[in-house]
Design a protein around this ligand. Structure first.
Ligand SMILES: [Zn+2]
Ligand SMILES: [Zn+2]
Length: 290
């Protein structure tokens, strides 16, 4: 069913307003200051939500690069949803779209066929980004808990903001020596952390198709960029990724920093994830898909 033009415009405008508000919110520390506890919370959320995007949204849901215990799958989807990068189905649909026509006119975000800025952020405030998804995502839609997260995406974000404010406020009352407050925790945990994670993730789409080396002769302009890998828990080895999109690991050489893969490997040792797709031992897509 086609999404009405008015609704598409409204959604694009909502995203634009969110972008402005969150960037303004990231300036709040100028007024509310900082405290070690607020910084630790922001760092922890950056890592947890970042892992939700890299291991969850990207490698598990968009590419089916491994299999996860159903509870782990839900927690990864939840962590990814809290990163304020769109609902799971929207994100996965656009990412599969990106791989289907990388760096061509069909690519939803390419700094080759469009501008760097458009590939970085601009595409998300374009009404066309809210068209009906090209992919039906039946592999995800069979899990009611994932549909629940998509349906209640906005409520989750509001709950996250409330929880952070509440945590800071409670600490201000019960442990005033920590020097935090509701607004300070919200500023660091939600606004600063989210904006930093946004730009890190968005760099994969912009810088990851412009700057860096190429280990593989792919048909697109994807690049391996160590700086992007550093801030995205390993997603910066984007040329490797476009060569082996179904691989659970993006870093292919020993020095290619890929903490997402290291964390997945650790989870596999306790049986929470497994059946990794890897470049050297990939199975045919048809048999590997869930
Ligand atoms: Zn790409
Ligand atoms: Zn991908």
């Amino acid at each position: 069913m086609a999404v009405a033009a008015r609704r598409r415009k409204a959604l694009a405008l909502t995203v634009a307003v969110m972008f402005v508000l969150f960037h303004l919110g990231a300036l709040l520390p100028l007024w509310v200051g900082w405290s070690p506890v607020a910084l630790w919370v922001a760092l922890g959320l950056y890592l947890v939500r970042g892992f939700g995007i890299t291991a969850g949204y990207h490698r598990l849901f968009a590419h089916r690069a491994y299999k996860a215990n159903r509870v782990v799958q839900f927690l990864l989807a939840l962590a990814g949803s809290l990163a304020v990068q769109g609902g799971l189905f929207w994100w996965v649909s656009h990412h599969r779209d990106h791989h289907a026509g990388t760096d061509t006119d069909k690519d939803v975000h390419s700094p080759v066929s469009q501008s760097f800025w458009y590939a970085h952020m601009g595409w998300m405030i374009a009404p066309s980004s809210f068209n009906s998804p090209r992919f039906r995502l039946t592999d995800l839609a069979r899990f009611p808990e994932l549909l629940f997260l998509q349906r209640h995406y906005l409520a989750l974000l509001i709950a996250q903001a409330g929880a952070l404010f509440g945590l800071g406020h409670a600490l201000a009352i019960w442990a005033p020596s920590l020097g935090t407050s509701g607004l300070q925790m919200l500023a660091w945990g939600l606004f600063v952390g989210t904006v930093l994670l946004w730009h890190a993730t968005f760099l994969v789409n912009s810088a990851g198709h412009r700057w860096g080396g190429r280990d593989h002769d792919t048909r697109d302009n994807s690049r391996n960029n160590w700086l992007v890998a550093l801030v995205t828990l390993g997603e910066g080895w984007h040329n490797n990724h476009h060569k082996h999109p179904r691989s659970a690991k993006a870093g292919e050489r020993w020095w290619q920093f890929d903490p997402t893969w290291w964390a997945l490997r650790s989870l596999s040792w306790v049986g929470l994830v497994g059946d990794f797709q890897l470049p050297a031992q990939r199975k045919p897509v048809a048999t590997a898909a869930q």
